[in-house]
Ligand binder design. Structure first.
Ligand SMILES: C[S@@+](CC[C@H](N)C(=O)[O-])C[C@H]1O[C@@H](n2cnc3c(N)ncnc32)[C@H](O)[C@@H]1O
Length: 270
């Protein structure tokens, strides 16, 4: 499949060429296999079939999904969360902290947060109650996230001594199972970001490497506005380190240290 044909497919779903450009080789392979299975000789036939066949359209969408993630992706963010952003929020927000992970894939980002949170117990006598909602549109990823079983490659940014605190090693050290203590109280849900936030008053929203990368800009406008509205004043929106906010992102101030974390303007309360 050449790039022109691939662009036809991206346009069909209103996905972004800029977002897919770097990862297109693997995605094209998955789509070409799907086309072969369906005996579609070219992209036009394939798109015609997707138009009328919902099941295969869903299969195609799944194959178009990029689900790469890893623990502590964008290391600087996690250091700043541990040293500044979370301590600030904890000071201001004594009772409860609401966090939403939008497009959480197989849970690496969620458990990274739980590890940081657990480490904060050393510094704070009392932490607010945590309410975590972790969502993804693919039920298979949510099931995997709930299992919390990983291979060594997803843990490459975690120092060995920390690995042993939060994971049980299985199968001769090649399999890492998240320990039960950091699996508690996570509300996992299947949810398409385009159907809107799963609540409101979030103190942190993780919106990394999905909406702002893989979709065409006109498509994300309303959803992005709803996400900002779901943030509490003084709360943080965290995006991927290579992502840009849509132009109309008023009321958000960049963190001078982690440049891809943005704070919603504070009022007296958060
Ligand atoms: C590249 S992974 C990023 C995972 C994690 N946020 C990170 O940054 O490491 C993108 C994830 O977003 C999910 N996703 C993409 N579009 C979505 C949508 N419209 N609604 C919900 N999840 C979506 C995909 O299923 C995939 O698991």
């Amino acid at each position: 499949m050449d790039d022109q044909q691939f662009k036809q497919l991206l346009d069909y779903f209103q996905y972004s060429w800029v977002g897919y450009r770097k990862v297109r080789k693997g995605v094209k392979k998955r789509i070409s296999r799907h086309m072969q299975q369906l005996r579609c000789p070219n992209i036009n036939e394939y798109l015609k079939l997707l138009d009328t066949n919902k099941k295969e359209r869903e299969t195609c969408k799944k194959r178009m999904t990029v689900s790469i993630s890893r623990f502590f992706r964008d290391r600087k963010l996690w250091l700043d969360l541990e040293k500044e952003m979370l301590p600030d929020l904890i000071e201001a927000q004594k009772d409860k902290l609401n966090v939403w992970f939008a497009g959480c894939a197989r849970g690496e980002e969620v458990y990274s947060f739980m590890i940081v949170w657990d480490r904060l117990k050393i510094f704070f006598k009392r932490l607010p109650k945590l309410e975590l909602i972790a969502t993804d549109m693919h039920p298979e990823y949510i099931d995997k996230a709930k299992d919390g079983i990983y291979t060594k490659s997803s843990l490459k940014e975690i120092p060995e001594e920390i690995q042993d605190v939060y994971f049980d090693r299985k199968k001769g050290g090649n399999r890492f199972d998240v320990k039960a203590a950091i699996k508690e109280n996570i509300n996992w849900q299947v949810l398409d970001i385009f159907s809107g936030p799963p609540g409101s008053g979030f103190h942190i929203v993780f919106l990394r490497n999905n909406l702002l990368t893989y979709y065409q800009s006109h498509l994300i406008k309303n959803t992005f506005t709803q996400i900002i509205e779901s943030l509490s004043h003084g709360g943080w929106l965290i995006i991927g380190s290579h992502e840009k906010l849509p132009e109309e992102s008023l009321r958000l101030t960049r963190n001078p240290s982690t440049l891809w974390a943005y704070r919603k303007e504070a009022t007296n309360r958060i």
